[in-house]
Each structure stands twice: as C-alpha cells, then as structure tokens.
Design a protein around this ligand. Sequence first.
Ligand SMILES: Nc1ncnc2c1ncn2[C@@H]1O[C@H](COP(=O)(O)OP(=O)(O)OP(=O)(O)O)[C@@H](O)[C@H]1O
Ligand SMILES: [Mg+2]
Length: 267
Amino acid sequence: MLLEVKDVYKSYKKSFDIMSKEKIEILKGISLYLKERECLGIIGESGSGKSTLGRLIIGVEKADRGSIAIEGADITKTKNKAIKQKISVVFQDYISSVNPRFQVLDILSEPLRTFENLERKDIIQKAIDLLEKVGLAEEYLYRYPHELSGGQLQRVCIARAITTNPKLIVLDEAISSLDVSIQVQILDLLIQLKKEMNISYIFITHDLTAITYICDRVIFFKEGRTVEEVHSIADLKNVKEAYSKALLHAAMRMNEKEEIYEVQRIS
Ligand SMILES: Nc1ncnc2c1ncn2[C@@H]1O[C@H](COP(=O)(O)OP(=O)(O)OP(=O)(O)O)[C@@H](O)[C@H]1O
Ligand SMILES: [Mg+2]
C-alpha cells in the first residue's frame, strides 16, 4: 500500500478573532487508500474539504486526529525528509505557484537544491531532462513564467513536481484552469508519467469527464465525509447515493467537452 489515510479529522477556527476558540470541523473521519500506480479521483462540491485533505497528505498542515501513512510511515509523526520527498503537488493556479522572477531553470532547480547536493552543470542537465519528460524543449529553460502559455507553465509545474522522483502526486484541480484541448494533452502527459515513473495520483476535481479519463477509482466527498466510493470507473454511472447522482448529472451537461475528449482519445 502506498498511501493509507485512516480516520482523519481536521478543524479550523471559525473566526479570525484570536480570543475565539470556536472551531468548525472540515474533515470528519476520512479514510482512504492508494496503491502504487493508481489514480484515485476525489470529487465533491465546493467547500467539501478536498483541498484540505490534499494539504494534509502533502504534509503542509497537520490533522487533528487520525493517521496518514506513506509506505507504512506515518507522516503526521515524522519529519523525515525522505518521506516528504515521496510526495509532490500540482495546483490549479499555475501562475501563483511559481515565482514570476524565476526563470524555468530556477523553478525546476529549487526542489533539487533542497534535496540533493548537485553541481550547477548537473542541475542544468537534470532540468533539461525534466523538460524533455514533460514535452518542452531545452530553449524553455531560460524563459520567465510570463513568457509561457498556461499549458506550458503547467507542464513546468508538473516537471517541478517530478524532480524528486515522487511516489505520489496530489493534483488539486491541476487542469481546471486550462483550455479543454490542452486539458487532454496534460492528462495524457500525466498518464504517460504515471507509467514511466510508477507514480500514483490523487486527482482532485469537479470534473467527471477528466476523472473517467485518468482515474481508476473515485471517492465522492460531501461536507468532509466520503459518501460513496466507486471501485471501478466502468461503474461510475451506477452510483447509488443521490448526492453522487447529482454531481454526475451536473457533469454530464458538458457534452461538447466530452466530444473533444473522445476525438483526442481516438486520434
Ligand atoms: N486555513 C483555513 N482556515 C479556516 N477555514 C478554512 C481554511 N482552509 C479551508 N477552510 C474552510 O474549509 C472548508 C473546505 O475548504 P477546501 O478548500 O478544503 O474545500 P474544497 O473541497 O477544496 O473546495 P473547492 O472545490 O472550492 O476547491 C471551506 O469552508 C473553507 O472555507
Ligand atoms: Mg479546493
């Protein structure tokens, strides 16, 4: 088992008043697992706690209760750098997730500097290899974020996410800000990287079309709880809960988009 989340709770303070102790519970006993090379989709209405769970899994916030283990090691109890190195993240907002004053080379070498003692020429070579992996030519190395398209910049963010050879990448609405045709390209890239590098994904989204394209299993999230789990994408249309049906229904109206996905899948 790659990832095991057991009975995780998380609450935040209700107001910014530092005297106030009132809390609001966002995650209410979440459990899930992920095997190697698997892609687990998490779908749920806005505010249901998907990104909060993502932040706990990548270790930038702590759960109040419960455990989160990567290959058996509880990340809530250890500061082990080697474990942290196994998890990466890609966010929706590719523009604000990079430093606008950094060239692509600097963006990519940031995680390398933290984890490895490499010489400059090795860093440059590694950055070139990473760009190649995400389908960008060497010439992009010295560009600034504003000199890239949204899809290109998200490729750079994916390249940055794989610098440390992670076992798991949390993709939080990672394709949502992109043009539909670019979304398919990025999904194809993610599928290819998953095969090549044995990576698993947690794919957080509002978008069921994308889920059917990339995910093996899906969890339906509502108000910090799992309301339904689909173990095989083929069964997605047979969900039982009214909430999952409603989400499914809302997603189906994007016919045009489905067609674009379909065309790309065939070609
Ligand atoms: N640091 C924080 N302090 C207080 N409340 C927070 C904090 N972070 C998130 N919340 C609240 O937790 C709830 C869940 O937020 P979260 O971002 O996890 O939802 P989400 O499912 O990712 O939504 P979306 O689909 O819109 O991205 C929201 O009501 C949000 O306001
Ligand atoms: Mg979110």
